[in-house]
Design a protein around this ligand. Sequence first.
Ligand code: IPE
Ligand code: IPE
Ligand code: MG
Length: 250
Amino acid sequence: MFRAPHEDPLAAKDTSHSPASHVAIIMDGNGRWAKGRGKPRLYGHKMGARRVREVVEACPDHGVRYLTLYAFSTENWKRAPSEVAGLMALFRQFIRSETAELVAQGVRVRFIGDRGPLNPKLRRMMAGLEEATACNGALNLTVALNYGARDELSRAALRLAQDVAAGRVSADAVGADSLRPYLDTADLPDPDLVIRTSGESRVSNFLLWQSAYSEFEFTPVYWPDFGRAELGRILARFGSRERRFGAVLS
Ligand code: IPE
Ligand code: IPE
Ligand code: MG
C-alpha cells in the first residue's frame, strides 16, 4: 500500500533527541586487555593512552562539547607502587606528547581531583597544559586525576562550611544546588552520558553528584579497543533515549 512519507509511522515518530553535549568516560580494562595478550599491565595503560587522541578527535563530529575522562582514582594508589609510578610517568608523557596537538585542535584541557598528593613536576605540567589551552573552546577535555567523588564532595563541604562559619553564606540558604560552585567541576555542565568500558557495571566513585540525571552505558569493550566506532554506536543509542528528569512526558 502506498503511504506518503509523512504518514510513515517510523518517520512520524521522531526518536532523535538532543546529542550528548557532555560525555564522561570511565576508561577501564587496560590491565585485562594486556593480560589477554600475555603483556604487563603497563603495556595496557600505554595502549589505552593512545585511544584518548582518537576519542578526542571524534567528539566534535558528534556534537560533544565536553569530554571528561577518568584517568586515576583516589583508590588507585592501592595498586603496586610500580604500576602507580608507571601511570604517573604515562601522564607526564601524555602531556609532553599531546600538548601541541591539543592546542592545534582547539581543545581546552582541565584537570579535576586532588592535586596535593601528586608529584610537583606533574602538577606543574598539568597547570602548564591548562594555561596553554585556556583560550580554546572547540572541545572541553577534563581529565580526572587523583579524583574521587567522595573526596571532592568532602572538600566542597568543608569549603561551604567555612563560608557559613565566616558568615559569607547563610546556613538557611543552603539548598540542593549549594555545593555546585564548590565542586571541582564548578565550571562544567553535568554529564549527559557516562560510559564505562570493560564490562563492569559500577561507577567507582566517579562524578557521584554530577551524574544524578546522567544516562549510563556499560560496554564490554576494553578501553584499549575503544574508538571512534564504539563511541558512535553509543552516541546513536543515546540519541534515541527519552530523558524525563522526573517528569511525565506526553
Ligand atoms: C583502567 O584500567 C585504568 C586505571 C584504572 C588507571 P585498569 O588498570 O583498571 O584495568 P583492569 O580493570 O585491571 O582490566
Ligand atoms: C575506575 O577503574 C578508575 C579509573 C578508570 C581511573 P578501577 O579499575 O580502578 O575500578 P574498580 O576497582 O574496578 O572499581
Ligand atoms: Mg579496572
